[in-house]
Design a protein around this ligand. Structure first.
Ligand SMILES: Nc1nc2c(ncn2[C@@H]2O[C@H](COP(=O)(O)OP(=O)(O)O)[C@@H](O)[C@H]2O)c(=O)[nH]1
Ligand SMILES: [Mg+2]
Length: 298
């Protein structure tokens, strides 16, 4: 007997959605940043779970955070998350244990009858007493959720209680993906995310939000990979900031990304980054579409 279904991972920016998914597959595939709104598109993470008489293929879908901002790119991101919420068999709502309950109340307004589980993340930041108080507050809504699971991506290694609840709520269905795979994203997309992660974590202020990465060429041999990628920014002044004095900043961005890609592929990585200006790319429909963010797509 098999079960298979999509679990939309939904929540505010920065609650640890991508970090949780990397942890559950044991590989850094998704972009994690202390800066909000780093994830821009959905991404599937495939996780098996087995009981005595049934195997599940759980397809977790990482999403951009629920947020409201003017920029067209942000509107694409919100639409992407809401679409996943709507299309999933089950939703995993991730909240930070330090967050106000009002974010969960807002989430409920999307669709109260959508079956969902709450993962209360970052409990490492709370005392036991504060955690119990917080759980009590959520209990007022116990008729709406299937389960609430306190968790810390930083400290916890055991996913069994979460996976077993998800398993029992997935439809009986054949597997959609090869069980060997951790994701259906291709390597190019993952390289792009890891370079974007380095851009997010090595640059400050608005710059990461006005930057985008495109993988131009990838040559893969048995023991090394050559990756040629372009970083796009919106203004000339940003281009010189990305490059930095004596090209120090771009070297740091390249090094951080290269180390991550090397760890993932277990190959020697040669990474060439070039910086280009594409005016207002995050604010204009056609330019966004060229970067793969099509706001008109249903
Ligand atoms: N203290 C603590 N930090 C966490 C935990 N989980 C994630 N983080 C941090 O929260 C930040 C946001 O994580 P990310 O996965 O990018 O959030 P997302 O926007 O929801 O995908 C990163 O700096 C993570 O390292 C946790 O359990 N405890
Ligand atoms: Mg994310």
């Amino acid at each position: 007997m098999t079960r298979c279904g999509f679990v939309g991972v939904i929540g505010r920016p920065n609650v640890g959605k991508s970090a949780f998914l990397n942890k559950i597959v044991g590989q850094d595939l998704a972009l994690v940043s202390h800066k909000a709104n780093a994830t821009r598109k959905k991404m599937n993470f495939i996780v098996p779970y087995e009981t005595q008489d049934c195997i599940s293929q759980i397809i977790f879908v990482d999403t951009p955070g629920l947020h409201h901002q003017e920029r067209l790119l942000n509107q694409f991101m919100l639409k992407e998350a809401l679409k996943v919420h709507q299309d999933s068999d089950l939703v995993l709502f991730i909240a930070s244990a330090t967050d106000s309950l009002k974010f969960y109340e807002e989430f409920l307004k999307l669709n109260q009858s959508k079956p969902h589980i709450i993962l209360l993340n970052k409990i490492d930041l709370l005392t036991q007493e504060k955690l119990l108080q917080t759980l009590k507050l959520y209990q007022a809504y116990q008729d709406y959720f299937l389960a609430i699971i306190p968790f810390s991506v930083k400290k916890d290694e055991n996913f069994t209680s979460l996976l077993s609840v998800i398993h029992t709520h997935l439809p009986h269905a054949p597997f959609l993906y090869d069980m060997e795979n951790l994701t259906d994203s291709n390597l190019r997309d993952i390289f792009k995310e890891l370079i974007r992660e380095s851009v997010f974590n090595n640059l400050s202020d608005e710059l990461p939000y006005e930057s985008e990465v495109q993988i131009e060429k990838v040559f893969e041999k048995s023991d090394f990979i050559k990756i040629f990628a372009k970083i796009f920014v919106e203004k000339e002044s940003q281009k010189s900031m990305v490059i930095g004095k004596n090209a120090n900043t771009i070297k740091r961005i390249g090094k951080t990304a290269r180390i991550k890609i090397q760890k993932l592929t277990e190959k020697k990585v040669f990474l060439q980054l070039n910086v280009f200006v594409q005016k207002a790319w995050s604010k204009e429909k056609e330019k966004l579409k060229n970067f793969g963010y099509d706001i008109d797509l249903e």
